[in-house]
Ligand binder design. Sequence first.
Ligand SMILES: Cc1cc2nc3c(=O)[nH]c(=O)nc-3n(C[C@H](O)[C@H](O)[C@H](O)COP(=O)(O)OP(=O)(O)OC[C@H]3O[C@@H](n4cnc5c(N)ncnc54)[C@H](O)[C@@H]3O)c2cc1C
Length: 355
Amino acid sequence: MTTVEFHPLRVAAVEPLTDDAVAVTFDVPDDLAPRFRYLPGQHVTLRAEIDGRDVRRSYSVCANANSGTLRVGVKRLPGGVFSTWVTEKLQPGDMVEVMPPVGEFTITPDPQRSRHYGAIAAGSGITPVLSLMSTTLESEPRSRWTLIFGNRRADSIMFFDEVQGLKDKYPDRLHLIHVLSREYPDIDLYAGRIDADRLERFFGTVVPADRIDEWFLCGPYGMVQTAREVLARRGVPPEDIHDELFFAGPVDPSTLIAPEEAEGSVSLRVKLGGRTTETRMDPEMSVLDAALRVRSELPFSCKGGMCASCKARLVTGDVEMTKNYALVESELQAGYILTCQAHPTSDEISVDYDV
Ligand SMILES: Cc1cc2nc3c(=O)[nH]c(=O)nc-3n(C[C@H](O)[C@H](O)[C@H](O)COP(=O)(O)OP(=O)(O)OC[C@H]3O[C@@H](n4cnc5c(N)ncnc54)[C@H](O)[C@@H]3O)c2cc1C
């Protein structure tokens, strides 16, 4: 069941990671600890009022899940509303609304397991991978990791000390490969972007791709797609490749701001928390934006088809989804939709956020 559940949490620490990134740790009171327990690789949605607007963004937990620490890493984007606020304004002692952790980009650790995990991450894409690696290296003593980690320069690497610390702690079980696009290490293989050619060269030499059981990809859309294609060409089945997209391209601004006018030709019924609300909507709008006008407490986060916070079941009617980077085939078959990407194609639709 999808519930809207934000809790105000006190910021315990804001630590600089690089010139444009910080790590934020939250205090979780004892009574909320069970709700904020997470699996490595999961993410939380943060909410704040910035310049009078309710702004929500997802951030992956970067900590070892065994520690229970709720810590995220935020990289400032040029002009980015939320990331600029976090990196420039947020202070220890401030309160931030936080939704409990969710997400499928994860591993449920099993001490008996002996697996070779592979990760390809770029920039802030290291955050969930760091959590996955630190948790499983500790909880699965016979598992190992190979990480290909792309960044611009050495001084822009988020969590450099933490990743290096894992390498020092588990020298035989973590193979760490840095790739820098704006610095030029002596060996050409490690200088440049993580593209198809470089991955093929890694897989033919320093990375034993055929011995890696499962892959975790996190970074820009292009890198993730390229890595998927290269792995598929090498025969890796899709179910052994997991990805987490932080951003999938330019967001249509019309999906971010609900149009003023409520009239439209389509009837929309929204069920949330056992209560159904009816409205009418313009099919040009997303179902989420239309529904938010009448039920402002609806769950959502990225509005880009990636995080699945706005998932609901389509009970009646038909919709078309512009993008879907989050729902798997079985969920689609079961009637689930990403409401941020869904546009009605029938005169009447009803969606249920409770199932
Ligand atoms: C599941 C999930 C987990 C995430 N985890 C992290 C994390 O651990 N650390 C982290 O720093 N971010 C993470 N993100 C991205 C984060 O949610 C925000 O999208 C990011 O911080 C930008 O928000 P903003 O408000 O600053 O930028 P906005 O004001 O939304 O956008 C500013 C400009 O940047 C573009 N843009 C927006 N997001 C991105 C992006 N990620 N990459 C490139 N361009 C972008 C926009 O089109 C716009 O032009 C995650 C996203 C998802 C969906």
